[in-house]
Design a binder for this molecule. Structure first.
Ligand code: MF3
Ligand code: CO
Length: 250
């Protein structure tokens, strides 16, 4: 599949989809506290997305049973909300959410601390976030896709963390997952040329220990193979002729 270039009208719809998703993420971040369950987060996120007049794009995606992915501590991504899973002080939780507005998808993820967390966990979250921004500095028309991948890798590698290789970022638009695939680790090839009007979900997933991951028997939850903590940071971005625009910031 070719990488789609969005028209001016489509860009407006993508921007609105992403603006609404940022509202959802902000409210979820503010709600997180010890004692709540991951199911509470899903219920809240699902209600909010629908109240905004949108549809959660993860719900029933290839059978995924919830609207918000909730991944705690050693869970990397795609954790399934559970009313038995109670958050406690010191946990970290990655929230991945997306929605559809007038046919246009948005996708973003954040990792938050629950109450007070360790300095090591805070650093992992911060480095993961910054790796996104290091990558996005390279997201310019005329440059190449893998400039983004290489910049993320160069930054994260300084810290000795494991960059997840089995899951990657993606183009986004009228589908949640469009071309191109966007690895978060260094590439030999340059990848496709970036052009104004491309919308991309750039999403580094970084493990405190080794890069290897495993899937739980639920078929969804991805965990670190060594049990170490993992963080995720994702935004939907727009390539322009100037600086890239980060559409899901709040
Ligand atoms: N943001 C996730 C991704 O890009 C979406 C997961 S789909 C779900 O892969 F079904 F797991 F929710
Ligand atoms: Co994504």
């Amino acid at each position: 599949m070719a990488i789609t270039i969005k028209s001016a009208r489509e860009i407006e719809l993508m921007k609105e989809s992403c603006r609404l998703l940022a509202i959802v993420h902000k409210e979820l971040e503010e709600a997180i506290k010890p004692g709540m369950t991951t199911m509470d987060i899903d219920i809240m996120g699902d209600k909010l997305i629908r109240k905004l007049g949108c549809v959660p794009n993860f719900k029933n995606y290839q059978g995924y049973p919830a609207s918000i992915c909730t991944s705690v501590n050693n869970e990397v991504v795609h954790g399934i909300p559970n009313k038995q899973r109670v958050l406690k002080e010191g946990d970290i939780i990655s929230l991945d959410a997306g929605l559809i507005y007038k046919g246009y998808h948005s996708d973003a993820a954040r990792t938050h601390g629950v109450g007070k967390i360790s300095a090591e966990a805070q650093k992992l979250i911060e480095v993961t976030r910054q790796s996104f921004f290091e990558g996005v500095k390279m997201a310019k028309a005329g440059g190449h896709l893998h400039d983004i991948s290489n910049a993320i890798d160069a930054y994260v590698s300084k810290f000795g963390y494991g960059i997840v290789r089995d899951l990657i970022g993606h183009g986004i638009g009228t589908s949640l997952h469009e071309a191109p695939e966007i690895p978060n680790f260094a590439q030999k090839r340059k990848g496709p040329k970036l052009a104004a009007g491309m919308t991309l979900a750039v999403e580094p997933m970084i493990n405190m220990g080794r890069a290897d991951v495993e899937w739980l028997d639920d078929g969804w939850t991805v965990v670190t193979a060594d049990g170490s903590l993992s963080a995720h940071y994702e935004n939907t971005i727009l390539i322009t002729d100037g600086e890239p625009e980060i559409l899901t910031l709040y």
